[in-house]
Design a protein around this ligand. Structure first.
Ligand SMILES: Cc1ncc(COP(=O)(O)O)c(C=O)c1O
Length: 374
């Protein structure tokens, strides 16, 4: 084989495995959340690659829509976001929601003007060692018992001594998607008490997407929506009118007819009880289609829902297309297939798996191409 026969000619994979990202819907959702939050600022949560939607493109659209605050996981995500915003002349506050993991993170925060969230004195030691004189958020544990300080007074004093400014105090609700859960009021009380006692003058932030919808009176100075930006109603019984941003799509690779008793896919867990038409789709669990949808979920083809049959494979899923009278005539190889998005709500798919839409979005495989619909 000579060198020229090895040179790649494909610019990108032609395999149909696509997440369409609808930026008009993203803008629509941002506008609705802004309206719902009154005078509070919005910190758009774009961690974990914007919940699988593609952090850079999502953040640029939101920055163009006026968003000035972003939440990412750590210094690595923060640096990537700073670089992409700067190259478009956007200067926004970028908060590292998981804070700092070592001195190198603190150095990165100093050089890229990132805003770490801190919850313990050793975070301030790292910031001092990195000669950081920017701003931090202080995370309060109001009852979720994940990360956060119980008494921020010592942290506030240490920040003053180290010439580090404080954006405000921040905490997180554990049960906001259950509006009647007693934890919501308990956490709100604890947070308010801690803030009033230690730093009454500092800005405060408590609400995630569900909180913005069920307790908008507690919007405080800044709210932090994540999942709602991406079009998922955090409390289905209190819909805001959000529109889905991601549509996960594959296409039909093969059509075939099978007869009674024939098996489909690994483990032969599906046996045809009658003659049927089936299609093989170009998406599998390595793309983010949960294997739990084997013999369970459905996909949307050409105006119709078609059940997934047999085990979802790494690169393929098989579906029953018998509903199309003569499958081979009415639908064709190459036909687009939606797993979730415009026609099948990601929330619905997640519920079938006793899970949440967040897990579907963040499991999108890195061989799935994101196509921005502007
Ligand atoms: C600290 C913090 N704020 C806000 C959010 C956004 O939450 P949601 O996506 O439920 O709006 C998260 C998400 O996990 C978070 O960890």
């Amino acid at each position: 084989m000579n060198q020229s026969s090895l040179s790649p000619t494909l610019q990108a994979s032609s395999r149909p495995a696509v997440a369409y990202i609808n930026h008009q819907h993203l803008r629509h959702n941002y506008a609705l959340l802004k309206q719902q939050s009154g005078s509070a600022h919005i910190m758009a949560i774009v961690k974990a690659n914007a919940y699988g939607h593609g952090m850079q493109a999502v953040a640029l659209t939101l920055a163009d829509a006026g968003c000035q605050h972003f939440g990412v996981t750590d210094a690595r995500e923060g640096l990537a976001l700073r670089q992409s915003l700067s190259s478009h002349q956007h200067t926004a506050e970028i908060t590292l929601l998981s804070g700092l993991f070592d001195i190198d993170d603190a150095k990165c925060a100093a050089s890229a003007a990132l805003t770490p969230l801190i919850s313990a004195p050793h975070h301030i030691d790292w910031l001092q060692a990195a000669d950081f004189h920017g701003a931090v958020w202080i995370k309060i544990n109001s009852g979720m018992n994940r990360i956060g300080a119980s008494d921020p007074a010592q942290l506030i004093t240490l920040c003053k001594q180290a010439d580090i400014s404080i954006c405000g105090l921040l905490s997180h609700l554990a049960c906001a998607d259950q509006p009647d859960h007693p934890m919501n009021q308990q956490q709100m009380q604890t947070f308010t008490q801690i803030c009033d006692q230690t730093a009454a003058d500092l800005p405060r932030s408590m609400l995630n997407s569900a909180g913005i919808i069920c307790m908008p009176e507690h919007a405080m100075q800044i709210v932090r929506p994540g999942i709602a930006l991406y079009g998922i109603e955090p409390i289905p019984s209190m819909p805001l009118g959000l529109k889905p941003v991601m549509t996960l799509s594959g296409s039909i690779m093969q059509l075939r007819d099978i007869t009674v008793g024939e098996a489909v896919s690994y483990g032969a867990s599906f046996l045809a009880s009658h003659s049927m038409s089936i299609a093989t789709i170009s998406l599998g669990y390595a793309d983010g289609v949960p294997r739990g949808l084997s013999n369970k979920g459905s996909v949307y083809i050409h105006g119709t829902r078609c059940p997934i049959i047999g085990a979802v494979c790494m690169d393929y899923s098989m579906v029953d297309v018998s509903c199309f009278a003569k499958a081979q005539d009415s639908i064709r190889v190459g036909e687009q297939v939606e797993f979730w998005g415009e026609h099948i709500a990601a929330n619905e798919v997640a519920a079938q798996l006793h899970s949440i839409s967040y897990t579907l979005f963040t499991a999108i495989g890195n061989r799935v191409q994101r196509i921005e619909v502007k």
